[in-house]
Design a binder for this molecule. Sequence first.
Ligand SMILES: Cc1ncc(COP(=O)(O)O)c(C=O)c1O
Length: 391
Amino acid sequence: MLSARAARLKESATLKVFGAAKRMIAEGIDVINLSMGEPDYNTPEHIKEAAIQAIKANHTHYTVNRGILPLREAVAKRLKEDFNADYTPEQILVSSGAKQSLFNTIMALVDEGDEVLLPYPAWPTHPEAIGLAGGKVVALRTREKDDFKINARQLAAAITPKTKMILFSNPINPTGMVYSEDELTALVDVLKKHNIFILADEIYARMCYDGFKFRSLATFPEIKERVILVQGVSKAYAMTGWRIGFSCGPQAVIKAADKIQGHSTSNASSIAQYAALAAVSGPQDSLDEMLATYTKRRKYIMERFSAMPDISFAVPRGAFYLFPNVSAYFNEQYPDSTALAMYLLEKAHVAVVPGVGFGQEGYLRLSYAASMEQLAAACDRIEKALKELKG
Ligand SMILES: Cc1ncc(COP(=O)(O)O)c(C=O)c1O
């Protein structure tokens, strides 16, 4: 009965743990949830106030499909200020979350049978969105000892006449890795020789630590005309529920994406657009505060996991995730990351995401977008449960 397209879609591997966690929480069990990919902060007051004012001013009608001009102007300004990326409002499409920005772009560029390069581990929506468009995912595997990053040689070897695009995330969910300018330059040296599109998912771009200097792929003139940059307000302004994302790129691609959006959801929520306008053009200090807190939490969780025997991890430089290698704890009863995540949920009452959900067995993803008290308790519980596992 279902379409082949729907039947092909993989159910999220995180669902098993998440579903069980929800049931336990409903039963009143004190589960610490480190499985979510969202800030634990609330949306800053001035942003909420802008939404209230938008309602009162009756900004409650359809807007232009692309998003209101003041928002697209403000996004262009912010991209210039933050990343030195040059875009005009005509090159920007406002969508209902970065997720829709990705979907629109993929639908606009990928045909049946086109190959799309995707570094792994990958955020689960990336391969599924490519698959929905009929594209073929070509996985670029990475290793912990290489900080889960691809290199120029590997990239060059993967490009074929059928390659249409690379979907490149930076910073990376789930590993928290961030490519340095030198690493990006080496990749750009390959990309500039091949006529393929580059879909740059930089949703975590403003969340880097240790003074790490983030460079956007949209600032390399050699490839700029083939880059579609995806950004949004979800992570940086704690606005996951408002659903506002942006795609920025060549006008022809943005126009096609705009058309696709026009026939699916039309404009993103008018009220949320006004809230996003306040976020992007208003004071940025709430982000600085969040980053200062994440910095402390990141240091703490890394210290705790470094002290646990037989666990290793690549030091994350961005986003808010730790991706530890826990394979030394696998045994007959708990032979993989899903089983170990279930064990930690049932035994330690801590919810984490199994690495296999991101195509990387042997690992767990923990979000440190949680309070210090929660993190401390979660680390205590995980440490104890793992110790018991080893007997
Ligand atoms: C890598 C990556 N891209 C995009 C998104 C989607 O962001 P949005 O909430 O704006 O749709 C997420 C959210 O988890 C993400 O992790």
